[in-house]
Design a protein around this ligand. Sequence first.
Ligand SMILES: [Zn+2]
Length: 191
Amino acid sequence: MRNKQTSQKTTLCGIEVLLVRDHVKRMNLRVRPDGSVRLSIPYRCSRELAEQFFASRIDWVKAQQELARQTAQAQGTSLTPESIQSDKETLEDKLPEIFGRYETAMGVRCSRWRLRHMVSRWGSCNVKTGVITINTELARLPSVCLESVVVHELCHLRVSAHNAEFYALMDTYYPHWRRARQILNANPPRR
Ligand SMILES: [Zn+2]
């Protein structure tokens, strides 16, 4: 006889979790876009084992919840000239340090960077003039996105095409770029 799926709300490591016993071979942990946590475990798995598994992934869970919170916040605000100005100021505070850090690491330097609200791209690099443009919408997303876009545009100062050499540079100087790309694709610039 097949067991029915059962679920219960419980608290693991201080976090509310929906614990689901299901026909699964191994434990599976998910953080939904609203920040809620779901852990599915095989029927015969003990609660202790589930708790151990959860504890080993607690940093990941907290990071995902923070990301969900920031993303929800970003989507909840409307686009106005004032909000764009406020995003500009946020980025003007952050970018000098980020550009400085990666320019030093990569041994490149842009001639200058500027901020602009754009609807179809996160950043751009004019390889002739060395001017890098960064989308003000990045102020609304986790900093992994901003850093990834900065490194992407700096890589263009070395390699203009999106070829294997380009992505090898990204892997070297910003290995988190794939995670950033997922977030960027899921949160397109507001119009
Ligand atoms: Zn590019």
